[in-house]
Write a protein that binds this ligand. Structure first.
Ligand code: SF4
Length: 345
């Protein structure tokens, strides 16, 4: 959902940077909030349709509309500040100020690609960097960020991403002007500049390392990888064996598990699950005889019913079941997927 809110905010800001203001008076005010909200609503609906059509999804949170509005407001604040209208409210923003901003836009949502097609990035906004005398000093690559803002410096991976955009842009232009690259964080309306040497060479090394081979990458089991959220658990036997070996299988308040569903009442969502353990390194599921009451609700229940409707029988992977009470709870935050481990060999 957080990613969807990000997509919505990005889309609405990009819309606002491509509007046609012809026919409006330079001093007209009171137009921006309504237009901004209109774009946000359109993007919200579009994203909601995509979200609901995605089989593996959590719950759509209508209440996150407020978050989207807040994030959009944070972006507007930065855009206005960018053209010297610091502190100006969207309501009081005259058309001429927005026109001034639009004049600085070089590209919106552009694709950056190296000439060898190996590396690409999707640039949110590319602006002309204009000084107080109206002279162009260079370009600014601005990446809108709707996640948590850094306390001090940009995280290394964000820094690397921003520098990569800069470097691809420079590599594609014969005589590029100076290029600045910035992360624009909507949550605190703060722009963070990434500075550093070229990352292109390292990125190419990483590209080589991502080429498919017949040998899988070695698993990196551990508290910070398998111990947290990983998208691949329903297909990966390693977290399961790791948990069994260190005695933490099913012991956390939110636990991943492989179960056999012994009973399920489609009306109440309650049932009985038999806990499984890995029988071998490849993740063959072995029932343990340990049965626990389990309750499915909301999106967790829907996902189970969709799975059962496919005719699935056999082990089921449950991601992050709430285990703290006597009955395990599988809700909207949980993965419910067929257990289909892929062996390394
Ligand atoms: S669950 Fe598997 S894929 Fe995910 S972090 Fe652990 S070892 Fe890697």
């Amino acid at each position: 959902m957080a990613a969807s809110v990000g997509t919505i905010v990005h889309g609405s800001v990009e819309d606002l940077l491509q509007i046609d203001l012809s026919g409006r008076g330079a001093d007209e005010t009171h137009w921006l909030p309504e237009m901004a909200e209109g774009f946000l609503q359109t993007r919200w609906q579009e994203e909601k349709e995509v979200f609901m059509a995605t089989p593996r999804r959590p719950m759509w949170k209508e209440k996150d509309w407020d978050k989207a509005k807040k994030q959009q407001r944070g972006a507007l604040r930065m855009l206005l500040e960018f053209v010297g209208a610091e502190g100006m409210t969207p309501l009081k923003t005259p058309v001429k100020v927005w026109r001034n901003l639009l004049k600085r836009v070089i590209a919106v949502e552009g694709e950056l690609r190296t000439s060898d097609n190996k590396l690409m990035g999707r640039l949110d906004m590319l602006f002309a960097d204009i000084d107080s005398k109206g002279q162009m000093q260079g370009w600014i690559v601005a990446d809108l960020k709707t996640g948590r803002a850094p306390e001090h410096d940009l995280k290394p991976e964000v820094q690397r991403q921003l520098l990569l955009y800069r470097d691809i842009l420079i590599s594609n232009n014969q005589n590029p002007p100076p290029v600045k690259t910035e992360g624009w964080y909507t949550v605190n309306s703060t722009r963070y500049t990434a500075v550093g040497k070229s990352v292109l060479e390292d990125a190419l090394v990483a590209w080589e390392a991502t080429q498919p081979t017949t040998t899988p990458l070695p698993p990196k089991v551990g508290k910070d990888s398998c111990g947290g959220f990983c998208d691949w658990k329903a297909w990966c036997p390693h977290w399961w064996n790791w948990r069994l070996e260190n005695g933490t299988l099913g012991t956390e308040d939110f636990s991943d598990a492989v179960i056999l569903l012994q009973h399920f009442d489609a009306v109440s969502g309650s049932g009985v699950a038999e806990i499984c353990e890995p029988a071998n390194a490849e993740g063959r599921a072995m029932p343990t005889g340990l049965q626990i009451p389990i309750s499915f609700d909301g999106r967790g229940k829907e996902a189970l019913q969709e799975l059962l409707a496919t005719g699935h029988q056999g082990p089921i992977f449950i991601g992050s079941a709430m285990t703290a009470r006597g009955t395990w709870r599988v809700g909207h935050w949980c993965d419910v997927l067929p257990w289909s481990p892929i062996a390394d060999a």
